[in-house]
Design a protein around this ligand. Structure first.
Ligand SMILES: Cc1cc2nc3c(=O)[nH]c(=O)nc-3n(C[C@H](O)[C@H](O)[C@H](O)COP(=O)(O)OP(=O)(O)OC[C@H]3O[C@@H](n4cnc5c(N)ncnc54)[C@H](O)[C@@H]3O)c2cc1C
Length: 489
């Protein structure tokens, strides 16, 4: 049976150590910073459990339904089925939960599809990957990850920092496992997930062997602590005023490992710089995980397009040809991403293990353009929304007060749109364009896949210049100085 939303909620108070505002969170699903996102993930699990949604496939091991995010695609049809299932999940959250349960599930599927890579360090590591993948898949687990060293001094490798245990690394090797000490960033959704995948995606240098690990750690493991940033849901007057901040703030956290013991069965890579890097890029893991990220991003862009159209309908500006042109530009920018996502899927090829991998040319091009295009979409949304985003009552309470309600109803309406409806729409728009939640999202779209200069380097690496090179070679071959000289005689 699929996990229900209630089962998910019941599992969250398992002794995990989550800190916010200097205090340990006692009750995860009830805490003001976490209740909205817990309820959202719970709804997602209920949705997934509904067979009509077609978000599951049959586990090859148990025969029970499991999330398609865990599926290892062996055909283009599998890729399409995965995308449609992940789009349903993304649509349920309007593309606003970046690290939903589908994200890390895709990384694990990518790892499990390439056992030979992990076996380079010994068959037992490949077995750990396979067993943990099956365990997570068949128990419908929600993984989060922290795979970047804390931003302390980027000019030095981890082993040259003042203290060797600032970044998370191996402190001790024991017979039955390893002990990790240090910190890693930035576990988005970590507080409401089941396990943390901890590794390092940044290139490591010789001497960094202790930081070259890849492990899965259940959230309630002794010694694991998550420090959350400010919760955007915490001080909000109502969901009517902040409909997104209050329900979709997935939280981001610094993971601190205070001598965390990890049994060997949960260790995928151990003190191996080469394999730590290759697990992401010589398997389909990074590709699969970021394909999910693009599916999610397309949902969000479509949501923004719908919002902007509705705002221009409300104020009547949609009737003006220049505004229709701006809307045309907005949706053209948005369609580029949908097109790249579909292109990556339709030109996917099987790798040496017969696993279908979306075409990295289109995937990484989309990721490389994401920060600029995301900004330009928001810029157009701001321009078309005008001051309506700001000319809003301070909160729902203006509707509840006899002294204020009449003025609000009279002056904040539009033709055929009541003040209640109009305020609702523009407050929703503000929460995706201008609130603190919106600002964090801009930073997320810029950095979730790594710093932009690195992502652009991946776009360059995976473009595949054969056709481009051939076209230039053909053109250069099609004329010559010799011919020109002969013609001029
Ligand atoms: C909202 C949000 C959510 C995130 N969620 C997750 C998550 O769930 N899991 C996770 O593991 N990580 C997550 N991250 C972290 C993300 O992976 C990192 O932010 C990203 O890898 C960039 O690393 P950094 O922030 O340390 O930036 P840095 O590496 O410090 O880079 C910052 C800037 O410095 C410059 N710079 C740095 N190094 C160089 C160089 N060598 N050459 C030229 N310029 C350079 C660039 O301008 C770069 O943009 C998240 C980040 C954000 C903002």
């Amino acid at each position: 049976m699929m996990r229900t939303g209630q089962e998910y909620l019941n599992s969250l108070n398992d002794g995990r150590r989550i800190y916010i505002d200097g205090k340990r969170v006692e009750n995860i699903p009830d805490h003001p910073a976490l209740s909205g996102i817990s309820q959202t993930i719970s709804r997602l699990y209920d949705h997934m459990a509904d067979p009509k949604q077609e978000m599951t496939y049959t586990s090859p091991k148990t025969g029970a339904p499991v999330s398609k995010a865990y599926m290892i695609p062996r055909s283009k049809e599998d890729l399409t089925a995965k995308r449609l299932a992940m789009k349903k999940s993304a649509d349920l959250t309007y593309g606003l939960v970046g690290r939903s349960p589908e994200h890390v599930a895709n990384f694990l599927a990518g790892f499990a599809s390439s056992p030979e890579l992990f076996a380079e360090a010994g068959q037992s590591y490949a077995d750990h990957v396979q067993q943990y993948y099956e365990y997570a898949r068949d128990n419908h687990l929600f993984g989060s990850y922290a795979i970047v060293q804390p931003q302390i001094d980027r000019s030095k490798p981890a082993h040259e920092q003042e203290d060797p245990y600032l970044a998370a690394g191996v402190y001790e090797e024991k017979k039955d496992g390893i002990v990790l000490r240090g910190a890693q960033m930035l576990a988005t959704s970590g507080a409401v997930s089941d396990f943390l995948f901890l590794s390092c995606i940044q290139p490591l240098r010789p001497g960094d062997e202790n930081y070259a690990v890849s492990v899965a750690i259940p959230l309630n493991t002794p010694g694991l602590k998550l420090y959350l940033r400010r919760g955007y849901a915490m001080d909000k007057p109502s969901t009517y005023d902040y409909p997104l901040s209050t329900r979709f703030d997935e939280t981001d956290a610094l993971a601190v490992l205070e001598d965390v013991f990890v049994p060997w069965e949960q260790v995928f890579v151990y003190c191996n710089i080469d394999l730590t890097y290759k697990q992401f890029f010589s398997t389909p893991a990074h590709n699969f995980g970021n394909t999910q990220a693009q599916v999610r991003f397309v949902s969000k862009l479509q949501f923004i397009a719908g919002l902007v159209k509705k705002m221009t309908m409300t104020t009547g500006t949609i009737k003006m040809p220049p505004v229709q042109g701006q809307l045309g530009e907005l949706i053209s920018r948005i369609s580029v991403f949908e097109g790249l996502l579909l292109a990556a899927e339709s030109t996917a090829k099987p790798n040496k293990n017969g696993v279908y991998v979306p075409n990295p040319r289109f995937l990484y091009s989309a990721m490389a353009l994401q920060p600029q295009l995301n900004n330009s979409v928001l810029e157009l949304a701001r321009e078309l929304a005008g001051g309506g985003l700001i000319q809003l009552p301070s909160s729902y309470k203006d509707f509840a007060s006899d002294e204020t309600v009449k003025d609000i109803q009279r002056y904040v309406q539009s033709p055929g749109v009541t003040a209640e409806e109009r305020v609702k729409l523009y407050k929703l728009a503000w929460d995706i364009i201008g609130s603190e939640f919106a600002g964090r999202h801009q930073q997320y779209e810029r950095f979730y896949g790594g710093p932009p200069f690195v992502v652009k380097g991946q776009a360059y690496k995976y473009y595949g210049f054969e056709e481009a090179d051939q076209l230039v070679a053909d053109c250069l071959d099609s004329y010559s100085l010799e011919e020109t000289l002969q013609e001029s005689i």
